[in-house]
Design a protein around this ligand. Structure first.
Ligand SMILES: *Cc1c(COP(=O)(O)O)cnc(C)c1O
Length: 370
């Protein structure tokens, strides 16, 4: 089966894990700190805070920016549910914003402006499929409404040379992301105070960690804020350090495969639409396509599965999930809904070869004809 995504794990990761076992320090040690520093360097920022998921990173970023009960946070509905769940954890209310169009499934600045109220306190954007949202439009938006800007960068890890758009960005190292630590996440931020709050809150809000207490021998610790256990462990950090070395090459391979897809699909599946332009700056996390309106997506997915090709959907709109449609009934986001009705995700990962792209394109043409 050709999978939609696959982690790239090998002997280097095995060796890194053995090193942790040999050192006998299993969590929140030197490797976590080294991973934070290496990740920050890769993204052109001074520092970063490692946590055990992107969801935790989003929660801590919101908390560090003082988002809480009574506040509203603008979020895309075309995202993974974690984006808006993180808002709910703080006691704030997510306000769903439409995408620009099915061809550009990124949160719309214009629609976001319509949803601003006196209670709006922050905005979270998401770089769908790795395609970067427009930096200057969102900076202007944040400045105009005086709102902190948080990036859900779960799809956009790597050297995209854009630095950080806004106040904080959250990354994911889940098993299907561009790099993995099994489970894991990272926060970067311009303001060191935001990072320090996140660093303290990830470890129960304690003023010092176990390693610091061992090395610097402070008598005790205090708890000066409500924290959680969002710590990263040394095994994850050891894998992360190795994966970070490979990330840039992997992202290049993803780009090459995406270009091959665009060419092959144009030839074999003329009825298909492909979101974004070919030269859009991207980490190429997934390969989304739009089936012709009215196409039977389940039949297409089943036909591809019979051909040994896994496909997927990114995403069922959050505002239509039962939890959210019951909490916030009556939300209507026409562009998001049209996009979601037609969207299909094709396999894309660095272990794929160009010939497999051709195979997928032919199988998809066959499925659409059938
Ligand atoms: C994967 C993902 C998350 C959650 O990441 P975890 O590390 O699994 O918590 C959040 N947002 C988006 C857009 C994602 O794709």
């Amino acid at each position: 089966m050709l999978l939609v995504s696959e982690p790239g794990l090998g002997p280097e990761e095995t060796a890194a894990l053995s090193g942790v076992i040999a050192d006998n320090w299993i969590t929140m040690g030197d490797r976590v700190r080294a991973f934070e520093k290496a990740f920050a360097a890769e993204h052109g920022v001074a520092d970063a805070v490692a946590v055990n998921s992107c969801t935790a990173a989003l929660h801590l970023a919101l908390q560090a920016l003082a988002i809480g009960p009574g506040d509203e946070v603008l979020v895309p509905s075309m995202s993974f549910v974690a984006t808006s769940n993180a808002v709910l954890y703080t006691g704030a209310r997510p306000v769903f914003v439409d995408i620009e169009s099915p061809g550009v499934p990124l949160m719309s600045c214009a629609h976001a402006a319509e949803k601003v109220t006196a209670r709006t306190r922050a905005v979270i954007i998401m770089h769908y499929a790795g395609y970067l949202a427009d930096r200057s439009s969102w900076r202007d938006f944040a400045r105009t409404y005086n709102l902190p800007l948080i990036e859900d960068s779960a799809h956009a890890v790597g050297r995209l040379r854009t630095g950080l758009f806004g106040d904080a960005a959250a990354f994911s190292f889940y098993g299907n992301k561009n790099m993995t630590t099994g489970e894991g996440g990272m926060i970067i931020a311009h303001d060191p105070a935001v990072l320090e709050k996140a660093r303290q809150a990830r470890g129960h809000g304690m003023t010092s960690g176990t390693l610091t207490r061992l090395r610097e021998r402070p008598a005790s610790y205090d708890v000066t804020m409500l924290g959680a256990n969002y710590r990263m462990n040394e095994l994850s950090a050891a894998i992360g350090l190795v994966q970070l070395e490979k990330l840039s090459g992997w992202n290049d391979t993803r780009e090459t495969l995406t270009r091959a897809y665009r060419l092959a699909l144009k030839e074999t599946c003329p009825g298909l639409d492909i979101p974004f332009s070919a030269d859009w700056r991207s980490a190429h996390h997934i390969m989304p396509v739009l089936l012709p309106p009215g196409a039977d997506r389940m039949a297409v997915m089943n036909s591809l599965r019979d051909a040994g090709i896994q496909t997927s959907m990114h995403y069922p709109p959050i505002h239509q999930l039962s939890l959210y449609s019951q909490m916030y009934p009556g939300t209507s986001l026409p562009q998001t809904e049209e996009f979601a009705a037609r969207q299909l995700t094709l396999p894309l990962h660095p272990k794929m070869e160009a010939a497999q792209v051709e195979t997928v394109a032919r199988a998809l043409a066959h499925a659409l004809a059938g």
